[in-house]
Design a protein around this ligand. Sequence first.
Ligand code: FES
Ligand code: MG
Length: 590
Amino acid sequence: MSDTTAPKLRSSAWFDNPANIDMTALYLERYLNFGLSLDELRSGRPIIGIAQSGSDLSPCNRHHLVLAERVREGVREMGGIVLEFPVHPIQETGKRPTAGLDRNLAYLGLVEVLYGYPLDAVVLTIGCDKTTPAMLMAAATVNIPAIALSVGPMLNGWHKGERTGSGTIVWKARQMLAAGEIDDAEFIRLVASSAPSTGYCNTMGTATTMNSLAEALGMSLPGSAAIPAPYRDRQEVAYHTGRRIVEMVNEDLKPSDILTREAFHNAIRVNSAIGGSTNAPIHLCAIARHIGVDLPITDWQEQGLDVPLLVNLQPAGEYLGEDYYRAGGVPAVVNQLMGQGLIHEGAMTVNGKTMGDNCRGVAIEDEKVIRPFDQPLKEAAGFVVLSGNLFDSAVMKTSVISPEFRERYLSKPGDLDAFEGPVVVFDGPEDYHHRIDDPATGITAETLLIMRGAGPVGYPGAAEVVNMRPPAHLIMDGVHALPCIGDGRQSGTSGSPSILNASPEAAAGGTLALLRTGDRVRIDLKTGSADVLLSDAEIADRRAALAAEGGFKYPASQTPWQEIQRATVGQLGTGAILEGAEAYQRIAQT
Ligand code: FES
Ligand code: MG
């Protein structure tokens, strides 16, 4: 029987419900069959779920299978009982057509598990790109006590004495292959050198970004995000995470106590300082909507644009995950921002202390890797949020704009912040791959490349294809990047200066559907406008003509889930969540 001084546990509705002894008996009998005892299940001990995202199909998160043992030891020591269960696997680089399709599916599955089973709290085993938002979104919807445990990045990759970053080296290697500097075998060896151990991408891609932001939101233990997967400290923090989640049940510390508007604004600022991925606005918006916090896309520019880039990680900088941890990780970054009043210090975190108390005074251990606030790598390194007659919203990551690009597009006298050019339009990634190197495509150094049909509806889940390399002949002439605009996403590990996440997408009625190769587009970063230079009458005529043809064409769904998601998903600018799901909030309390 429950200890009457402890708070009533959610799991007691299953395992200790005198009003329904019949169902209690049925619930209990099967959880006993692998060796748990009646005493354990009925003594008022919290039941802690471990939402296990690691598997052979998810190599980035696979180390969680090992870490879960240490989580269990921590939970046990504090008197809890662990029930570990699988989460729908999502491997960023292994899933066809795109892992983006699976974030909302993993979310849905986890919501059902957390709601429908006798769980008092959950440890979220985060890591590879989409696994982190999927699990935080589910914890937000259900709102039982939840703590995120990062699996940690891989060790640094090396090739011929240079750091090779996962996901980033492939962009360089592709250019080297296109320019004939390396052959196929060397291409594969070079790319593989970037993945020397268990863990997620060691660059500042979407994984390092989202794990850092989980900590900046207050959802994982301070200092834990950056610990490389194979380090002993990673095992230790797994143990402390297990201990802490039991205390969180006793304190009734829930996601809604942590995921406040202030916490999201902290995360946006940290994202600028770390040079985080352009997938972050999508995922943070999704988490915010599921917890019921207002986080419009314009907050990214208002809160984050002026924050400088402090973390010197590839692709914007030089270093990798081990260096980030050694230099102090998220707390050292937060402390720099706190010194400027850029952090809401009172934001609560999973350890029961505030962000300010956790990070105050945490020193930078290596200023080459994490710069002091007054010696940044780049000023104003956040995202510019654009809108115009091309779309309602899109984002541009300014921290990856190369000196070459700046020189060619942004330094023209009298026109410092705007550029304009004729477009070449691609309908989806296959079209791009077929035609990019074909001289008949007509791409010049003045061209703006357009990728459409790559949004959540057009290419289910939204493909990471907006960042397009120039044709081989231009690369050989020294043009390494052209401006790209599209309704898809961009890999966090690529360094191209793209305008992406354009919403609404072509397949949902966006103006991108009406563009023709040769149209001129003008981008003004100062006013935040993105327009095709066509009259309103011309745009209206084209829109009517497209409607008469039956609308923008995109490939048929290949699986039932693609069809279901297409029917219910929103646009990237508002998190690309399943729109009907937002109505279900804090459902553990309903
Ligand atoms: Fe999984 Fe990069 S592919 S983290
Ligand atoms: Mg990615």
